[in-house]
Write a protein that binds this ligand. Sequence first.
Ligand code: LM2
Ligand code: CA
Length: 587
Amino acid sequence: MRTRKVVAGAATAVLAAALAAVGAVRQGDQAEASSASPGARDVIVHLFQWPWADVASECTNVLGPKGFGAVQVSPPQEHVVLPGKGHPWWQDYQPVSYQITSRRGDRDAFKRMIDTCHDAHVKIYVDAVVNHMAGGESTGPGSAGSSYTQYDYPAVPYTDSDFHHCGRNGNDNIKNYKDKWEVHNCELDDLSDLKTESGTVRGKLTAYLNDLVSLGVDGFRVDAAKHLPASDLAAIIDPVNGDPYVYSETIEGDPGGPTPEEYAGIGDVTEFRYGEVVGSAFRDGNLANLNNLAGSMRVGTEDAIAFVDNHDTQRNGGAKLTYKNGSSYALAEAFMLAWPYGVPQVMSSFTFSNKEAGPPATDSGTTTAVNCGDGWVCEHRWRTTQNMVGLRNAAAGAGATGWWSNGSNQIAFSRGSAAFVAFNRAGSALTRTFQTNLPAGTYCDVMSGDFGNGACGGTTYQVNSSGQVSATVPANGALALHIGARTGGAAFCSTGFEVNATTSWGQNVFVVGDTAALGNWDPDRAVPLSSATYPVWRGTAHLPTGTAVQYKYIKKDGSQVIWESDPNRSRTTGSSPCTATWSDSWR
Ligand code: LM2
Ligand code: CA
């Protein structure tokens, strides 16, 4: 039995909302303490239409080593097969039965993939099609050989009485998206609409999801979620074994229709505004307001799946940027991974010019092996994407601090004392001395080369004891430094700060002090603490070893700063390797 997401208490909910608004601290752990939230290694890659055997080897060779948290795989259930239409990619969204036999492989291959990915510490999230079965035009046996007609699927079995016949618009199709009843009970694109209010139908859907969980599946992307009432979806998912991570595909629509918020109580939801805002910003070279992006999203960071494009928007014109845009897309993806908002989902495509076309396949429509660069784009392997995953993991839990911009197409920010990034969308290089919160040392710019076994394949940069670094960010390029990619420099202590501090609405707590990692007493560079365990605020900073450090906690509300009373607090860090937690009470 899956525990539903815990709703935060009123006081902390307000604080969380305030933090989400400034984009300061990721609050996911608070709101989803009892569900399978992805945690620190949260990046999802959608290996769109990849065969199971190729997903497995990608987990071993690339995803695990690079720190990806999970793969979203395309629907694994039996689907329609449409040779007359050239085996379009969207066959997969027309289920015929819940047998795990698709153009990507059979049940054994699916199981082997899960086991292999788990060995590489990568989770598997399944695209679960639960709203409907096949469309009326589809004919012929399914991918496992099952026969069917539009409202009759003997291999499940479902019969006519398991489907809605909404009796509207002449053909039972949804026409009015302002009418929630119609969105739930009529047909999406002529797809036979399951009676998800029925106990029998719910039981079959739960059994399908349970079968997947029994094979080791870790979570679900709920396809077309807004086409079934949130209460129906909850009734299908609640009895599922274990604690799968669930995120619903909810496209914000017309007033009166279903809303993403209705589904956020079940898990996370897809935030379609993200690609709009971040995609436009990187397309147009207008980056200066991205620090406020959370304020223009529909849902808060704790509920959101963030993505620049997905398999639908890259085909229906919704995406502002896709792989076809090259470096501006690469920068948008890198930004998404660097900035603390939501759970980021990276798209990995096959090349297409015809938006109906399926992936590389045999004549009989079985998908052929992935070969990056030959029909498969493999955006997730782009250096700027895969190396930013490591930075995101190194900075997990740290808010964004020290925002800098030139007012238009150049930005930089820190993730506490764990990481520093700069983005340059101008046509010429940017050379500048940046202020970071990083501990002194030699850092590998993981945008210019890979870091591994202590060696840097790209440019290295010195961060001095004041946290400053003089660097050159290439035209249409980025710079990325983090504590997990250093080739030298003094050791540091990963120091946890926790302070018991009651706050009023709009206030957030930070720690600031006399060392670069604590912002050198500059409140703008103070390290943000998370309210997840309110009234105890927690955070981490990377402090020099064997050093006497002076610090204070501050409460900030916009530009207003409230300092703790004097004198300064004073403690000395240990010698390497050291981790410590400094516990205090606001005074
Ligand atoms: C989704 N999210 O809610 C998927 O992300 C999206 O890719 C799916 O549509 C959709 N829901 C249904 O699961 C795709 C594709 C459609 C395609 C459907 C079903 O974008 O074009 O519809 O899958 O295969 C196709 C035809 C359509 C026809 C329908 C039924 O394009 O013209 O409707 O099949 O025969 C008459
Ligand atoms: Ca429905």
